[in-house]
Design a protein around this ligand. Structure first.
Ligand code: NAP
Length: 271
């Protein structure tokens, strides 16, 4: 029997993770299976425990269960603790180890795939939900000149910035969207879910610096944010690379080897 892995979410049928991990397994020769499992909205913990009891070795966790996975884990990696959310679980006897690979995935996509050096840049993070929580510390570790967190609900941006005060040299700044008027950033990351409903964020016109990068975490569609950045003449990337890189980070944690992500990203882009 190959080792079993899965991704839990609700909804889950759209997930690319089974395809990505099948490509990683084929590339590395690892004997493993990976399936997408729909967990009931009120039954995440039960579904995960049943999977672990039936021989599952690990699982990814996606919307809306990352905070529940954080509470369910019996051990947490430092980056999961910092994020307050878990997207990767490893099962070892009765232990459930929780990790968060989203931030590492984003930073690796920015640096290795897109050739964008975060050090010394003015960075704007839009959103203060689970995805934003996961990427703040890895972004600060890259030593940007400044990190600003802007959110529709301002209070959540302030709480998120405060959670990281004193954690690294750069202190995140927090604000609402209106306070962005007259500001310019070399890297603008959209970690809101507005793109899923193709809602345009109320962004001021000169937000995107020339030769900067606009990064949309949503993938598989052109969002209003991407159109706004294109119109401003900014380079634009979607979140497919982050998805593949966070998966590679999870795979490495489970199997002890890192798959090459370039060919997998190319395969996903080609269809
Ligand atoms: P979440 O916890 O539900 O947070 C949603 C965020 O989006 C909040 O900050 C919310 O603001 C904001 N928002 C939603 N609709 C908005 C609108 N119409 N206008 C302005 N702000 C709006 O979701 P999440 O887990 O952080 O995920 C965010 C996005 O990242 C999702 O689309 C997800 O698919 C994507 N993601 C991608 C990857 C990847 O690998 N590429 C990984 C993780 C997440 P309020 O606080 O004001 O409600």
């Amino acid at each position: 029997m190959p080792d079993r892995y899965a991704v839990f979410g609700n909804p889950i049928s759209h997930s690319q993770s089974p395809r990505i991990h099948a490509l990683f397994a084929a590339q590395t020769g690892e004997e493993m299976s990976y399936e997408a499992l729909l967990a009931p909205l009120d039954g995440f913990a039960t579904a995960v425990r049943a999977f672990a009891m039936s021989g599952g070795r690990g699982a990814n966790v996606t919307l809306p269960f990352k905070e529940q996975a954080f509470c369910l884990a019996t051990e947490l990696t430092p980056r999961a603790k910092a994020a307050g959310a878990v997207n990767t679980l490893s099962f070892d006897g009765t232990a459930l180890r929780g990790d968060n690979t989203d931030g590492a995935g984003l930073v690796r996509d920015l640096k290795a795939n897109l050739g964008f050096d975060i050090a010394g840049k003015r960075v704007l993070l839009l959103g203060a939900g689970g995805a934003a929580h996961g990427v703040v510390l890895p972004l600060l570790d890259e030593q940007p000149a400044a990190l600003t967190i802007a959110n529709r609900t301002e209070e959540k941006a302030f709480r998120l910035a405060l959670a990281f005060a004193g954690r690294r040299g750069t202190l995140p700044e927090a604000c609402g969207f209106t306070a962005l008027t007259g500001r310019e950033f070399e890297l603008v990351i959209n970690a809101t879910s507005a793109g899923l409903s193709d809602t345009a964020l109320p962004l001021p016109p000169r937000l995107f610096a020339a030769r900067g990068l606009a990064y949309e975490m949503v993938y598989g569609r052109e969002t209003a944010f991407m159109r706004q950045a294109h119109a401003a003449g900014c380079r634009v990337a979607d979140g497919l690379g982050m998805l593949v890189e966070q998966a590679a980070e999870a795979f490495q944690g489970w199997r002890g080897m890192r798959p090459a992500t370039g060919p997998v990203l190319a395969r996903l882009k080609s269809r």
